[in-house]
Design a protein around this ligand. Structure first.
Ligand code: PRP
Length: 217
């Protein structure tokens, strides 16, 4: 059992879920990861000669990195914007590209654009939602859900949703449409601020390898 991770190597928090395979592929191609890792393993810590890898829920990556349990990790802009972790963000990995959107039923589009004073919005991004509508001067009742957000307008739980859209398939298959774009999102390397200073000699080559990979493709 791991009580404390070996401190002679860097600890990296990997996000389980939609980003996982793309992150593994990038990390393998630059030599950070030298053995196959599958996200369906029940193992939560994977150790190699040079790294400790933590397999965590995508939403928990910023927490592990901000608290310094992990020196670095990967998180989408959606989660960074939502959680506002105090971390250093040196590299856009260019994967997990999606857009944070307001979506809803097509027949509700007019209601949205008719200067409503308040809206019910279901989302897993309550802070992004409050910030976005706050800037527009629209009062929102945020209904926080943890998944299958698209169901909420279909069953009358909310008028609209704020969620990420990647291929648009989930919206389409549920008869929803994009109402307004909030901002694009992609996966970023995030680094603990203290680690960036104290372990700079180990961290900089990784950042450089990732940057080179992005330039060369
Ligand atoms: C995300 C997001 C949408 C869907 C969008 O959910 O919340 O539901 O993917 O992708 P698409 O545009 O390619 O259809 P995720 O798959 O992470 O699962 P969740 O609903 O359990 O959060």
């Amino acid at each position: 059992m791991v009580r404390k991770l070996p401190q002679d190597r860097l600890t990296v928090a990997l996000p389980k879920g939609r980003l996982f395979d793309q992150v593994i592929s990038i990390f393998s191609s630059v030599g950070i990861l030298d053995k196959p890792v599958r996200q369906d393993t029940r193992k939560l810590v994977i150790q190699t000669d040079r790294f400790n890898f933590l397999l965590v829920r995508a939403k928990d990556v910023p927490t592990y990195v901000e608290y310094g349990v992990a020196d670095m990790g990967v998180a989408g802009d959606d989660l960074i914007l939502e959680m506002k972790p105090d971390v250093y963000i040196p590299v856009d990995l260019g994967v997990g590209v999606c857009t944070i959107m307001v979506a809803g039923l097509p027949e509700d589009k007019d209601k949205y654009f008719s200067n409503p004073t308040s809206l019910r919005v279901a989302t897993k991004y309550p802070n992004i939602t409050r910030d976005f509508f706050g800037k527009k001067g629209v009062k929102v009742q945020v209904i926080e859900l943890y998944g299958s957000i698209e169901l909420a307008p279909l069953v009358g739980l909310a008028d609209f949703i704020v969620d990420i859209v990647e291929t648009g398939r989930t919206l389409k298959e549920n008869g929803l449409v994009v109402i307004e774009q909030i901002r694009p999102s992609s996966a970023k390397l995030i680094v603990n601020r203290a680690s960036y200073k104290t372990k700079n000699e180990s961290i900089m080559p990784i950042i450089q390898k990732l940057e080179n990979k992005l330039v060369k493709g």
